[in-house]
Design a protein around this ligand. Structure first.
Ligand SMILES: NC(=O)c1ccc[n+]([C@@H]2O[C@H](COP(=O)([O-])OP(=O)(O)OC[C@H]3O[C@@H](n4cnc5c(N)ncnc54)[C@H](OP(=O)(O)O)[C@@H]3O)[C@@H](O)[C@H]2O)c1
Length: 353
């Protein structure tokens, strides 16, 4: 590929003020970055829209003391993000032009990144896209949260929030494959229908329809054994009173308050119920399981081959659209993992005759 002199990038230029996150970004041009020793130049194909990117947009003074991966964003920097792409130039012996990779990159037409931030993808058709959902972070998060942290058992009731989202859509399918009874909580009728008809959930609850406590109680007449939660807030409050003795709550994240600053969170609630029901509430970070990724990916591939799992994503196109697409993540605009396609996918091009 001929490397251009100038490229388009999306910079983070203003801290959020309300829900219109697109105003925080600006499209600009820059010289194509030099590739130093140990770095590679990548042509991003898919960029993943991840909820944790919203936490990094809080001003430094608004952090809660806990570390956040990568720290707060600096005004003016090119927006970092995970994704997959093709190497076009290499300053590292392990990578060659043409290799397909997944890892840390930027919202840019071309990006120079340390080779250590990337992993090579297998030369299989579809891997650029699948590596951003079922065969990557979202798939691994759902897998380890259910199998290792919650240790869900056949016959147990599993409730999943963000059920039509990137992690949730995979967690629903995996819990069904484990023999669990699965209830999904999602926003809107369309998503609720989707998780029942396409993912096999036994029941679905629309969190935008109100009366969540009553709906959840109806959907879980015997209580909840495992609560897989990436949302928090009102959904967390609705689930805790329904937890069965020795139930497990896995806290994946708290998207309900990713835009909140200091002083707003009320702290743990329902502590008495947590005590008498001997609940286990455990925080989760998928990176803790990195040594076991290969074995998990192999199991996920086998489940795909058996027809028990399938990828769920929504692909939007064009780097210019990145700010609006990212904003849509927090309005529930996508089903499955929300991806931005920056360049055509070479693995989806028709084979030469
Ligand atoms: N700990 C880890 O290692 C790890 C790894 C990956 C992801 N996560 C976390 O897992 C969660 C899901 O991540 P994801 O990548 O799969 O994102 P996602 O579910 O694809 O996208 C976010 C979804 O959350 C729902 N949502 C947004 N605001 C909400 C609110 N206030 N109340 C209820 N639902 C709301 C929206 O769906 P609806 O239309 O259904 O509302 C939206 O589509 C996030 O908390 C993320 O930070 C954690």
């Amino acid at each position: 590929m001929k490397i251009p002199g100038d490229i388009r990038v999306v910079r983070y230029v203003a801290h959020p003020d309300g829900a219109e996150l697109r105003k925080c970004f600006s499209l600009s041009q820059m010289r194509v970055p030099e590739v130093d020793q140990g770095e590679v130049l990548v042509r991003p194909i898919y960029l993943r829209m991840d909820p944790y990117q919203r936490i990094r947009m809080r001003p430094e003074s608004d952090f809660e003391g806990g570390p956040i991966r990568g720290g707060p964003l600096r005004l003016g920097e090119v927006e970092p993000g995970r994704g997959s792409g093709v190497i076009v130039q290499s300053g590292h012996p392990s990578f060659s032009p043409g290799d397909h990779v997944s890892g840390e990159m930027h919202w840019a037409e071309l990006t120079a990144v340390p080779a250590a931030a990337l992993e090579k993808l297998p030369p299989l058709r579809g891997s650029l896209r699948l590596s951003q959902s079922i065969l990557g972070g979202p798939g691994l998060t759902a897998y380890f949260a259910l199998h290792e942290t919650a240790r869900a058992l056949a016959g147990e009731t599993v409730v999943v929030t963000g059920a039509a989202g990137g992690v949730g859509a995979l967690a629903i399918q995996m819990a069904k494959a484990m023999g669990c009874r699965v209830v999904g909580i999602a926003g809107g009728e369309e998503k609720c229908r989707f998780i029942m008809e396409n993912l096999g959930a036994d029941a679905a609850i629309d969190h935008r329809a109100g009366e969540i406590e009553a709906a959840l109680a109806r959907a879980c007449p015997d209580g909840i054994d495992v609560f897989l939660d990436g949302v928090g807030g009102a959904l967390h409050d609705a689930a805790i009173p329904l937890m069965r003795v020795r139930g497990r709550v896995v806290v994946l994240g708290a998207i309900d308050r990713y835009d909140a600053g200091n002083g707003i969170d009320l702290g743990p609630r329902n502590l008495y119920l947590i005590a008498i029901n001997r609940l286990r509430i455990q925080g989760f970070l998928v990176g803790d399981h990195v040594a076991d990724y290969p074995a998990a990916l192999s199991e996920i591939r086998q489940a795909i081959d058996r027809g028990q799992l399938h990828a769920v994503d929504t692909v939007r196109e064009g780097l210019n659209e990145a700010p609006a697409v990212f904003e849509g993540l927090f309005r529930g605009a996508a089903i499955g993992k929300l991806l931005l396609q920056v360049h055509p996918d070479p693995e989806e091009q028709p084979e030469a005759a």
